[in-house]
Design a protein around this ligand. Structure first.
Ligand SMILES: Cc1ncc(C[n+]2csc(CCOP(=O)(O)OP(=O)(O)O)c2C)c(N)n1
Ligand SMILES: [Mg+2]
Length: 378
């Protein structure tokens, strides 16, 4: 099963490419720098036969709506002192859902701080996710039935880790894959390049998602690198690179399903650059008006991933105004129930900061724990 709702067809099964389809992969790697797209910003699909099943389209829409609700409620909770600082991801829902929905719960997901939406899509419970952004230990360790790593704050470190996890699965002889996220800024770090080379050389079943959202805090992508098409960085490591419209969840999903299928079939790693945009601030504590103007962001609101799929689903009769309203109500209720659950988690004890670092604490951690307990007088 994939991460789409239980009633959905397993995406990786239905979309398992034939040998012919694999032969010319990546068929979406363009000679130009134009990202691959299935759905135009006005919701029209020039090639309707290329779209995934209606049920999958609806499920992708539901996931995007669900994570946007988290993002919107997150701002309110932060401003009312009920959530810590978190990085919003509005506008990037297509990129996060389209990629994570191609995995199953047997696969690994290595998210950055920006990728709350991807982790929620794969099944990380909302209550635990809220706990993480409340800096509560309840959010520091993941449910045992999921291989989602805690959100990485040091940029790029997750890439080599993901290759390690992918190689472990390869050695065990499973078909499981690892998916790692990084930003445009992170792709200028050494770890990014080491990981791609390592994965290519050892044919690791690893999918590298590079979310190019235009900004690394206050530094625009055009300033941090002279490269325009970041997917082409894959060429340097002999692996396929795909540039996709990250605000088109259907296109993103399709290229990711293909990359996952290749990895499961023993055909190695893929780099997917999702071209998207950070509509909001770097974190809820950041003020982007200090470093960018309306001219910088112009045009991106019209490319919103949710609006575009909504227009398409309404036109196709897959969604109605009524079913959409019912969906939003259901999503809001689910969120409030999770918030209530997170509110019941007890306040952390100071020494808990050292829990969950290793399965068995090292002698150093045992000593530090004792020191903390002495300091707080326990
Ligand atoms: C190793 C490391 N260096 C510097 C930072 C400080 N830092 C936090 S976010 C960020 C920018 C990252 O930009 P990008 O990779 O594009 O991700 P985005 O925030 O756009 O999702 C930097 C430099 C850090 N967290 N880790
Ligand atoms: Mg960025």
């Amino acid at each position: 099963m994939t991460n789409l709702s239980p009633s959905d067809t397993a995406a990786s099964d239905t979309a398992a490419p034939t040998p012919d389809a694999l032969a010319d992969f990546p068929r979406h790697a363009p000679a130009t720098d134009i990202p691959f797209q299935l759905l135009a910003p006005d919701g029209t699909a020039p090639n309707p036969d290329a779209l995934p099943d209606p049920q999958i389209r609806l499920s992708l829409y539901r996931h995007m709506r669900r994570i946007r609700h988290f993002d919107e409620r997150g701002w309110v909770l932060y401003r009312t002192g009920r959530l810590g600082v978190f990085p919003p991801f509005k506008g990037m829902e297509g990129s996060q859902v389209g990629t994570a929905a191609a995995l199953t719960s047997d696969d690994w997901l290595f998210p950055t701080y920006r990728d709350t939406g991807a982790a929620l899509t794969l099944g990380l419970p909302i209550a635990r996710t809220l706990a993480y952004w409340r800096t509560s230990p309840h959010g520091w360790h993941m449910p045992e039935n999921l291989k989602v790593l805690p959100f990485y704050i040091p940029i790029a470190t997750q890439y080599p880790h993901a290759v390690g996890a992918a190689l472990a699965e390869q050695r065990k002889g499973t078909k499981n894959v690892a998916m790692a996220y990084i930003g445009d800024g992170g792709s200028s770090e050494g770890d990014f390049h080491e990981a791609l080379n390592f994965a290519g050389a050892l044919n690791a079943p690893c999918i590298f998602i590079l979310q190019n959202n235009g900004w690394a805090i206050s530094v625009p992508t055009r300033t941090q690198t002279r490269a325009v098409n970041l997917a082409r960085r894959a060429d340097g490591y002999g692996i396929p690179g795909v540039r996709v419209d990250g605000n088109d969840v259907l296109a993103t999903y399709q290229v990711t399903v293909e990359a996952v299928a290749r990895a499961r079939a023993g055909q190695g790693p893929t780099l997917i650059e999702t071209v998207t945009y950070r509509i909001a601030a770097h974190t809820v504590a950041d003020d982007p008006t200090r470093y960018r103007t309306d001219a910088d962001t112009a045009g991106w609101a019209e490319k919103d991933p949710i609006t575009r799929l909504r227009l398409h689903l309404l036109a196709e009769g897959i969604l109605t105004e009524e079913s959409d309203a019912a969906l939003l109500k259901e999503i809001a209720e689910e969120f409030e129930a999770a918030l209530n659950e997170a509110d019941t988690y007890p306040e952390p004890e100071p020494a808990e900061i050292l829990d969950h670092v290793f399965a068995e604490p090292t002698p150093q951690l045992v000593a530090q724990r004792a020191e903390i307990l002495r300091e707080v007088g326990e």
